[in-house]
Design a protein around this ligand. Structure first.
Ligand code: LRH
Length: 489
């Protein structure tokens, strides 16, 4: 029996998941779970990177105390964010959170140096204001001390791996999300990097998911009293890991990775880089075994999480299941909005922003929590339909249903409404998508799985998948028409 650990860091919490493989049966156990609270300091929003490193070590300690000697470990996290390492090996400044405002207006500025069409043609990556390219460009404009000529660029999992092993590598799936990696030439886009006044020498060797990436360094072995555990590069972008864990049986499948973000699309063998993909702002993120994820980011349950935080600040604490119950009891389709309106990107008072949106679009603002949550969940489900239809158009594939993975599947009403909105079945599971994909790639690296399809079959056999059949076709079709008009899509 093989025992390994996946460290899976999300935007609000992280976990250490133990994976056991017995034949083709996978079992998981949560060894450690910890909050990941962003830290505002002055005008900037940071990740608490040293705390995250500490929690990873806590996970290793908990494994040791349970008598587990993992055969390997892997780390995945959200994309785009990074730290710079100076020539002395020290971290230069604390990594910024992608929702920080330092990238505001950077897109327009950067396009004066390199036009959007050229950036897209070189990278195939959708334009999101927080992409690494805009973060680095913002630091460059601000003459940031972090951008030292002999510095090295490491993304969040690269950085944590470096702290653990002392070795610096960039991992492929995450590297593509920088919007500085060229999938057609298969490496960092040196010309784009130069045109932006950035330095090619910051960017290092790119490891594919499944490559060996060092071992726990001597000082950490000594500190924790553990062995020299091997560390693999996995699909270190959490969405890459989540899609690796989609329990599909054939190549033509559509997925929705549902958490803080909703990532909806399909897996392709070659990036789709053309005018239509740019117009619809689709992305081609690198995945496992040479695949790409043709997908689009949708703002996701972030709007609900932030609303809940806002009510909590006002002294009213709801659990997510209470909120879903309130939504179920509220009036259907009373107010619809585009979840990807830029007003919802930054942290803050989402209920007020939703009410303002309602006024701006001639709708009656929802008054209570039930009305707000209903409008969020219905609008998300309708946006899923829109993006699924675009995915079919761009990929030339027709999907007979949608796989949903990630923590969002615990919201069974959202799963049902998604099926209703798309008029097709939804297959929901597994919930721990990213952690399972992380484990699966480690087992591919060690030869336990021969390929990603064997891993997906094992996931399918080991974890339940809940089916949702579409209902109420007419009302959802009518609502979709209204949604498109209101969102101007
Ligand atoms: C989801 C995710 C997504 C990125 C965003 C920054 O966790 O990695 O794929 O676009 O965070």
């Amino acid at each position: 029996m093989s025992q390994i650990i996946a460290f899976d860091l999300g935007a609000s919490s992280g976990r250490a998941i133990l994976g056991r493989l017995n034949g083709s049966r996978i079992e998981t156990e949560e060894l450690h779970r910890f909050p990941n609270d962003p830290v505002p300091v002055g005008d900037r929003l940071h990740w608490d990177i040293l705390r995250l490193y500490h929690e990873i070590k806590q996970g290793l300690l908990k494994a040791k105390h349970a008598g587990i000697e993992p055969a390997s470990i892997g780390i995945d996290s959200w994309a785009v964010d990074f730290g710079m390492i100076g020539a002395d090996g020290e971290l230069l400044g604390n990594p910024y959170h992608y929702r920080d405002r330092h990238t505001d207006d950077m897109m327009e500025k950067l396009f004066k140096d390199v036009p959007a069409a050229e950036v897209f043609a070189r990278t195939g990556i959708q334009f999101l204001p927080f992409n690494t390219i805009f973060q680095l460009y913002a630091l460059k404009q601000a003459n940031s001390q972090r951008l030292q000529p002999d510095a090295k660029f490491l993304m969040i999992p690269d950085l944590l791996r470096y702290f653990l092993t002392g070795e610096m590598y960039n991992e492929f799936s995450n590297a593509t999300t920088t919007q500085l990696y060229n999938p057609l030439s298969g490496g960092w886009d040196a010309e784009l990097i130069r045109k932006l006044g950035l330095s090619e020498s910051w960017f290092g060797q790119v490891l594919q998911p499944g490559a060996a990436a060092g071992r726990i360094r001597a000082s950490v072995m000594e500190e924790l009293g553990i062995g020299a555990i091997p560390v693999y590069a996995v699909a270190e972008h959490d969405t890459g890991s989540a899609v690796a864990a989609v329990p599909a049986l054939d190549r033509s499948f559509a997925y929705l990775s549902c958490g803080t973000w909703s990532l909806l699309g399909t897996e392709v063998d070659q990036p789709v880089i053309n005018e239509a993909a740019q117009k619809y702002n689709f992305t081609n993120e690198g995945g496992v075994a040479g695949t790409y994820r043709l997908l689009k980011n949708i703002m996701g349950l972030w709007i609900l999480q932030e609303s809940r935080r806002e009510w909590e600040k006002a002294g009213v604490t709801y659990s997510f299941s209470e909120l879903v119950k309130l939504a179920e009891a509220a009036q259907p389709f009373a107010m619809l909005f585009d979840p990807d309106d830029p007003t919802f990107l930054h942290p803050g008072d989402m209920p007020s922003r939703i009410r303002e949106y309602a006024k701006r679009t001639g709708q009656t603002p929802p008054e209570d929590a039930g009305g707000i949550v209903r409008s969020i969940m219905e609008s998300l489900a309708l946006k899923y339909r829109y993006v699924l239809e675009l995915t079919e158009e761009l990929s030339g594939k027709a999907f007979d249903g949608l796989h949903m993975v990630g923590g969002g599947i615990h919201n069974t009403l959202l799963c049902q409404w998604t099926a209703n909105a798309i008029g097709k079945p939804v297959w929901a599971g597994p919930a721990e998508g990213s952690a399972l994909g992380n484990l699966a790639v480690q087992w591919m690296a060690s030869g336990e799985f021969k390929d990603i399809w064997e891993a997906r079959r094992a996931i399918r056999e080991s974890f339940p998948v809940a089916g949702y059949e579409p209902e109420q076709a007419n009302v959802w079709n009518d609502a979709y028409g209204r949604f498109l008009a209101i969102s101007r899509l």
